[in-house]
Design a protein around this ligand. Structure first.
Ligand SMILES: *Cc1c(COP(=O)(O)O)cnc(C)c1O
Length: 252
């Protein structure tokens, strides 16, 4: 397990990267939050990351909840007990950032405060009906596959605005924005273009005035390798794993 002083120093370095990128783009660094992507890390390591993030937030006088994200429902559920107290206290938001199957909706609802990876109306409807049943509201984002790479999930860019409007109209869900994974390309211009596309989709949806779209301002985009490009294009959440926790073991 990486030591917590190491995690803290690396997280501070990520905040420095975000601040430098925001300054270069003429943005306020406070507009960009760092979500800790804790996949493959055990609960103790995830908690060490959260504690480092809370400490940095406290020092900065930032009272917003710290954010963690999980890719797989199984890992989300496994870490939930370690994080539940902080979630209940309003200090932590837990985001589902990986592909989600409809039949896992119940499990996700028990552990997540936001599902960033909504990519079909069928999934949104499954989440919404369970939220209505439970008398709660779940924050969701629409994931868009801006690069068109077959390995990535997400709605097609051309379908994203219509999907967002349909999701926003569902009772039980609150559409808070849009998420994407940047193109796998050595060419910064290509990566940036995809992030710009997500921003344009967001701007169009918010400007549409369609019911429920008024809160859809978040742009969750940018990871360890491309967060500067995402901040330059308007990211409000960057999702960072490797830069904080170190390289993950290769999948078996
Ligand atoms: C793993 C992951 C991240 C973090 O990626 P790093 O390159 O480790 O920073 C962000 N978003 C999603 C959806 C991920 O799966």
């Amino acid at each position: 397990m990486p030591s917590s002083p190491g995690i803290r120093a690396r997280l501070a370095a990520v905040h420095d990267r975000v601040a430098a990128a925001a300054e270069a783009a003429g943005r306020d660094a406070g507009e960009v939050r760092v979500l800790l992507a804790t996949k493959t890390q055990d609960a103790a390591t995830a908690l060490a990351g959260v504690e480092a993030a809370l400490d940095l937030a406290d020092r900065a006088g930032d009272g917003r909840p710290v954010l963690v994200g999980e890719n797989r429902v199984q890992e989300l559920v496994a870490k939930a007990p370690a994080l539940a107290g902080l979630v209940a206290g309003g200090r932590l938001g837990v985001h589902m950032i990986g592909h989600l199957q409809r039949n896992k909706a119940n499990q996700v609802l028990a552990a997540a405060t936001c599902v960033e990876s909504v990519d079909t109306l069928a999934l949104a409807s499954a989440l919404a009906s369970r939220c209505e049943r439970d008398g709660r509201t779940l924050d969701v984002m629409v994931q868009v596959n801006v690069s068109g790479e077959a390995s990535k999930s997400g709605a097609e860019p051309g379908d994203a605005a219509a999907l967002a409007a349909a999701v926003a109209a569902l009772h039980g869900l609150r559409l808070t924005g849009f998420m994407t994974i940047g193109a796998r390309s050595e060419d910064d211009a290509v990566v940036r273009e995809g992030f710009a596309r997500l921003r344009e989709i967001r701007d169009g949806v918010v400007a549409s005035g369609a019911p429920g779209t008024g809160d859809a301002r978040e742009l969750s985009m940018g990871m360890t390798g491309d967060l500067e490009l995402a901040v330059a294009e308007g990211a409000t959440i960057v999702r960072v794993g490797t830069a904080v926790f170190g390289a993950r073991p290769a999948p078996a």
